[in-house]
Write a new protein. Structure first.
Length: 232
């Protein structure tokens, strides 16, 4: 089966350029101009990744990302301009998995998309699922499943899961932001990249009793982060 992506952008040149490129690479490519058209596509098709422009007419991309993440684990890559740094951070906080800036380089878009699809598809149900337990939480590594204190499933994005899995698999090890980013997203950081800080903040709001005074994911000033909880 081919991987299916949706390009959501109100600019016809961007839509058709990406469609032509991904068609040649063997993807199934669907196009939408706005949130309504995207929702109609999702009602009819199984989609792997959505390339979502932030600046859409009507309902903007950030609102759409928030609504999608409340009900779906579909991969989301935000398309932003170079001046949208704050919007990129907000998008990650709302549950997007990655972002890419305009002007778009098709090879980079393809690489980011394939990378995200591999990360999503790498998580498969397994009867011998590896797990890590910390406090009242249980993380199943092979199914991207986090079980909370009340035994309910806690929804994590692909990016959130990979960062948490990396940290609980290496308790007590101080990891730099650059290292976490490269291991989990297979890309290098730049000096303004706050992706990991944003993901850590989201994870703290999920697993910490007091996110402002974290005891599990602890900041090591000048270095990065360390998972300080007991892991079994």
């Amino acid at each position: 089966m081919t991987d299916t992506i949706v390009v959501v952008d109100d600019d016809s040149v961007t839509r058709e350029t990406l469609k032509a490129y991904f068609d040649d690479e063997g993807f199934t490519v669907l196009l939408a101009r706005n949130g309504d058209e995207l929702m109609a596509i999702l009602a009819e098709h199984k989609v792997d990744v959505i390339l979502l422009d932030i600046r859409l007419p009507g309902k903007d991309g950030l609102t759409i990302a928030r609504e999608l993440r409340a009900q779906s684990d579909v991969g989301i890559i935000l398309i932003t301009s170079r001046t949208d740094r704050l919007d990129r951070i907000i998008g990650l906080e709302l549950g997007a998995d990655d972002h890419i800036t305009k002007p778009l380089e098709p090879r980079e878009v393809k690489a980011r998309t394939r990378n995200l699809i591999r990360r999503i598809q790498a998580v498969r149900p397994d009867a011998n699922d590896r797990k890590r337990e910390f406090g009242p939480w249980t993380l199943y590594l092979d199914r991207r499943r986090l079980i909370g204190p009340d035994q309910s499933d806690v929804r994590l994005t692909t990016a959130e899961f990979e960062v948490l899995a990396l940290m609980v698999s290496n308790p007590g090890r101080v990891m730099t932001r650059d290292y976490i980013l490269e291991v989990t997203t297979r890309r290098k950081s730049d000096s303004l990249d706050r992706t990991i800080d944003t993901l850590i903040g989201r994870l703290r709001r999920v697993i910490e009793e007091d996110p402002k005074n974290p005891r599990l994911i602890v900041t090591v000033h000048g270095s990065g982060y360390v998972f300080a909880g007991d892991v079994h």
